[in-house]
Ligand binder design. Structure first.
Ligand code: BGC
Length: 759
């Protein structure tokens, strides 16, 4: 980071001036390709001001609805060549119809860019992103994004509004399902993997491949810090927290070559993102050097009025354009008022020119000026959608995303050689519609494989038999089905409850203040427990839940999230032990909602609670619950056990430019083969600003045969020790560090010390 101090000054200034300073920055292209630059400028020269502003407008065609429906009909704008982009259109025929409409009557015949929320799959739906993150398998995530891009582009889509890389620490917020969890280090690697998956690589040339899509890093910035977990709420956070915890994944997306960014709905320090010159001009463009374009989130510009920083929509448009916003998603503010603002000198024509250049450049890069219909091939569409290898990849990803949270008396796996009757109880047993989660692309909910279907196929011809009762529904307190469920449980040897949240209860506009299992589900579990049978539960939900009761009372808990199209098969693979679960949490599970926000990389405070005296008075703690989460970040079980030992460092002191190699041994101490995630954490003991009690700085996923040992190795350099200091300068300060090679964020078995001399 160059001069973050100027950035702070800008932030203060921005608040004072309402962010209304016209930008004077010259255009630097995303590709750096001279021919493309010339072609962009040659088109720009032909355009009227109205046509230029038209490029800055995006409309939803309302085939799908992802926000408030806007009254404006986009067709008149489209026919006149006054639309830069359309979203929520799909299929070769559908996109062709709209592209033809745009090209037929418009003066300059500039092709339209088609966008869509391809979040975790398009037709073949993969596990929701937080689930997929639990695999800690970057290649898997890169591949699922690539498959999503392949399917979407085969239906004419050029641009996805993903990845969502917002750090999330509060499980009340429904959108935690869309991200990678609470950690900036892991979140950054996942951001990079997903951008590269969607865009086909880091170089702009990969975007010319018809099987890739432009990615959009969202929601810039700190949308995940919404106060009280209430969606769209204010994000109240310091610059230190913003830069050290929330920014890294957004920056990683830029370093991976992401083509576009989306502004977030929230404000930071009194300035809504959509009006933040600090975010889009000072930081993103001037400091990081981002050269793609920026789109609002939905009606972000219109919302500057209720936010209270613009008196009307015209002024809102001026704030946004001058902050560095290039495209107005559905709000129609630019379309209606920006021309007048330019004529009045409130926004410079050069600001408009630069925004238009950035948008036109992407259209040139992906070849739309050469052939606006180049993605529209019906044969390819037919042969691409839900190919068997995509379904197979989705099944493997599903299995690898599952996190086993508790497993007493070897409840799982239920191997196929067993002879027993399993009572399947609960509203999710036969469910298909919830499996894709909220952001389900164009995945057909009825096509998702239910757990019942998966188990029936898996155990066909074996002596594992199933009996079933739904027992209750997902949301209401209705107990009418309890009696049948209990009678069914009594006929069985074991009870496997399958429960969770309605898919609409997480995702956008889906915050909860009580994150226990909803409706009568927990009551049903209590009754099932009274039967005296072993009871395990499989959970399908979009956020960390409060599972304190389940943890204390049930034999086994398997967190399955929403696993997508192949949900039932992926789960059946794990339940039967054909895949040994290896998922590890990337968000802490609280003991109760009162602990939120909870995250492993918290500060120590001036009055930390001593681990050996958890009741000590006048310490930072609760009277009624422990400080620790129920399940920590990085936690997850397998059907085998692992032991980490013999942590060593090749030196205990390092200077600038040095590196230290940290090694440890990991052994599969159980009787079946499996995989585990070995994690490296550090703590900077004394610094110019307080540092977290632990920070993830490396991990490796290791496959081990039963009884096998392997050596794992991590490298620590200045980069792993660096952070934004008291002057918001990115640096590593000299001093003492603690390091752990661990199974999860709470594991302190293997610890060592390091001195950094900074010389
Ligand atoms: C969401 C974005 C999404 C957009 C378009 C908004 O409401 O916040 O994440 O990309 O809608 O569907």
């Amino acid at each position: 980071m160059k001069k973050i101090v100027t950035v702070i000054t800008s932030l203060t200034l921005l608040a004072a001036l309402g962010g209304c300073k016209p930008s004077a920055s010259g255009w630097k292209s995303y590709s750096g390709d001279k021919t493309i630059e010339q072609r962009v400028d040659s088109v720009l020269k032909l355009m009227t001001l109205e046509e230029k502003i038209g490029q800055m407008a995006q409309f939803s065609c309302n085939w799908d609805v992802t926000g408030p429906i806007m009254a404006d009909d986009f067709e008149p704008y489209l026919r006149k060549g006054l639309v830069g982009s359309i979203f929520n259109a799909y299929t070769v025929d559908g996109v062709r119809k709209l592209q033809e409409m745009a090209l037929a009557e418009s003066r300059l015949k500039i092709p339209v860019l088609f966008g869509y929320d391809v979040i975790h799959g398009f037709r073949t739906i993969f596990p929701m992103p937080l689930a997929e993150a639990s695999s800690w398998d970057l290649e898997l995530m890169r591949k699922s994004a690539a498959i999503a891009a392949e399917e979407a582009s085969a239906e004419g889509i050029h641009w996805t509004f993903a990845p969502m890389v917002d750090i999330a620490r509060d499980a009340r917020w429904g959108r935690v399902m869309e991200g990678a969890g609470e950690d900036p280090y892991l979140g950054s690697l996942i951001a990079k993997a997903r951008v590269e998956g969607f865009q086909g690589g880091k170089d702009w040339q990969s975007l010319q491949d018809l099987h890739t899509v432009l990615a959009c890093c969202k929601h810039f910035a700190a949308y995940g810090a919404a106060e009280s977990g209430r969606d769209y709420n204010n994000a109240e956070l310091s610059l230190n927290t913003l830069m050290n915890y929330y920014m890294p994944p957004y920056k990683a997306a830029h370093e991976a070559g992401v083509a576009t960014y989306m502004a977030s709905f929230n404000e930071i320090g009194g300035v809504p993102s959509t009006a933040s010159k600090f975010l889009f001009t000072d930081l993103l463009r001037n400091d990081w050097g981002f050269k793609g374009f920026v789109v609002t989130d939905y009606t972000g510009i219109n919302e500057l009025v209720p936010h209270g920083v613009a008196a009307d929509e015209k002024e809102a448009g001026e704030l946004a354009a001058n902050a560095g916003i290039d495209m107005d998603m559905t709000g129609a503010v630019f379309s209606k008022y920006l021309k007048q603002s330019v004529e009045e000198g409130k926004v410079s024509e050069e600001t408009i020119n630069n925004a238009v250049r950035r948008i036109l450049e992407m259209k040139f890069i992906i070849g739309l000026f050469d052939d606006p219909y180049r993605y529209l091939d019906k044969e390819r569409e037919k042969n691409t959608i839900m190919k068997p290898e995509f379904l197979q990849a989705a099944r493997e990803t599903a299995a690898r995303s599952i996190v086993l949270l508790k497993n007493e008396k070897s409840f799982f796996p239920i191997t196929k050689d067993k002879s027993l009757t399993v009572a399947l109880i609960g509203p999710m047993v036969k469910d298909k519609v919830n499996q894709n989660g909220e952001w389900a692309g164009k995945g057909n909910r009825e096509q998702s494989v239910s757990l019942y279907e998966g188990l029936t196929e898996k155990y066909a011809g074996t002596n594992v038999k199933f009996v079933y009762a739904q027992g209750c529904d997902l949301t209401t307190d209705n107990r009418d089905g309890f009696a049948e469920a209990l009678a069914t449980a009594r006929r069985a040897d074991v009870v496997l409850a399958v429960m969770g949240e309605d898919f609409n209860w997480s995702g956008e506009a889906a915050s909860r203040s009580d994150i226990r299992l909803p409706g009568a589900q927990q009551e049903l579990l209590k009754e099932l427990k009274k039967t005296g049978k072993p009871v395990g539960v499989v959970l399908m939900n979009g956020r960390p839940l409060d599972l304190s009761w389940e943890d204390a009372n049930l034999d086994a808990i398997m967190e399955a999230w929403y696993l997508g199209t192949m949900s039932g098969h992926g789960l059946a693979d794990v339940i039967a032990g054909d895949y040994n679960p290896s998922g590890r949490l990337t968000m802490s599970f609280p003991r109760n909602v009162g602990q939120l926000p909870i995250y492993y990389n918290h500060k120590n405070t001036g009055r930390p609670l001593p681990a050996d005296n958890p009741k000590m008075d006048y310490k930072s703690s609760y009277l009624d619950v422990a400080n620790t989460p129920l399940y920590p970040f990085g936690y997850g079980l397998s059907y085998t056990t692992f032991q980490i030992s013999n942590m060593q460092m090749d030196k205990s002191s390092m200077g600038k430019g040095d590196k230290v190699t940290v090694t440890a041994e990991v052994k599969n101490t159980g009787t079946v083969d499996g995989e585990t995630v070995v994690q490296l954490y550090i703590r900077d003991l004394v610094a110019s600003v307080t540092r977290p009690v632990k920070e993830l700085k490396g991990f490796t996923k290791v496959a081990l045969k039963a009884g096998e040992s392997k050596k794992v190795s991590f490298t620590v350099t200045e980069a792993e020790l660096s952070f934004y200091d008291i002057d918001l300068k990115y640096t590593a300060e000299p001093g003492n560090f603690e390091l752990w090679v661990a199974a999860d964020a709470a594991d302190e078995t293997n610890q060592a010390s390091l001195v950094y001399t900074a010389k």
